[in-house]
Design a protein around this ligand. Structure first.
Ligand SMILES: Nc1ncnc2c1ncn2[C@@H]1O[C@H](COP(=O)(O)OP(=O)(O)OP(=O)(O)O)[C@@H](O)[C@H]1O
Length: 272
């Protein structure tokens, strides 16, 4: 058995085949005190329906890359294209889930999810129907009228996932979404997210510090090297789209990829 491992970018050219095309992207932050080259020569091409996990040492630019895809940070070099159109300002066609759920404390679960519809002027009836479906999908139907403080951390994060998916975005961007949760809740949410992805054609970019989480969830894992961050290795995850949690973690294919990523993260090229 081999790991499909590449040091070169997964693909180049023919960007029309890809939902997301990141080409030669560099990002430099200039502040009064200093200049930081956060990213350099980042190339990444993602097809519709892929789940790409991004791992790498702290400060290598993972969040910066996600923000650039969302149009919240504009590259100083290179280009990002989403659905064939260049990302030059904040995009409406992405969903973003952050480490903290950032819910409005005075709004109930449904009100927090529907905020997305209000901000984007979506048709209220259609958004409300989709909200019901998402509540069902994330086992939150019975909590639609609950306020955030009445929910556990895991439930709050599921609300923020529903909010990010309400407008049916082309790409779901997740920045350490489960990093603040306890291990068991994190595991449950991994299973739910895996099921959601396996049953839909959702395209996901996930930033995580957890190698098992990265491999369990992804169809591809990209490993970034220390700042200025660039992609140093990519791994295809040769596991079925729908995966049970424990059997997957015991699968030799899982171990092989996770072991190799850990090894590289511990090496001077990839590690903290
Ligand atoms: N708005 C900003 N202004 C100046 N520098 C920034 C800004 N945002 C990020 N940086 C710098 O860019 C680099 C990459 O930061 P980023 O948060 O993207 O890394 P990361 O890989 O997500 O880190 P972590 O894993 O610790 O969350 C860091 O050196 C950071 O200080």
């Amino acid at each position: 058995m081999t790991i499909n491992e590449r040091t070169a970018p997964a693909s180049s050219g023919g960007s029309q085949d890809y939902l997301l095309g990141i080409d030669d992207v560099g990002i430099r932050f200039e502040t009064k005190r200093r200049s930081v080259q956060a990213l350099r020569d980042v190339d990444l091409h993602v097809r519709k329906g892929e789940f790409v996990s991004i791992v790498g040492p702290s400060g290598c630019g993972k969040s910066t890359l996600l923000r650039a895809v969302a149009g919240l940070t504009i590259p100083t070099e290179g280009t990002i294209e989403l659905r064939g159109s260049r990302v030059t300002s904040p995009r409406q066609d992405v969903g973003f889930v952050f480490q903290r759920p950032a819910l409005l404390p005075w709004r109930d679960v449904r009100g927090n999810i529907m905020l997305q519809a209000e901000m984007r002027n979506l048709d209220k009836a259609a958004a409300s129907k989709r909200c019901d479906e998402l509540l069902e999908l994330t086992s939150l139907s019975d909590f639609a009228k609950a306020l955030p403080h009445e929910l556990s951390g895991g439930m709050q994060q599921r609300v923020s996932l529903c909010r990010a998916l309400l407008h049916d975005p082309d790409v779901l961007l997740m920045d350490e979404p489960f990093g603040a949760l306890d291990a068991l809740t994190r595991e449950h949410l991994n299973v739910e997210l895996q099921r959601l992805w396996a049953q839909t054609d959702l395209t996901v970019l996930l930033v995580t510090h957890s190698v098992p989480e990265a491999v369990y969830l992804a169809s591809r894992v990209v490993l970034m090297g220390p700042r200025p961050g660039t992609i140093i290795q990519e791994f295809d995850v040769d596991l079925p789209r729908e995966r049970a949690y424990e059997p997957t973690l015991e699968d030799p294919r899982f171990h092989k990829v996770a072991g190799r990523i850990r090894e590289l993260l511990g090496s001077p090229m990839g590690g903290d």
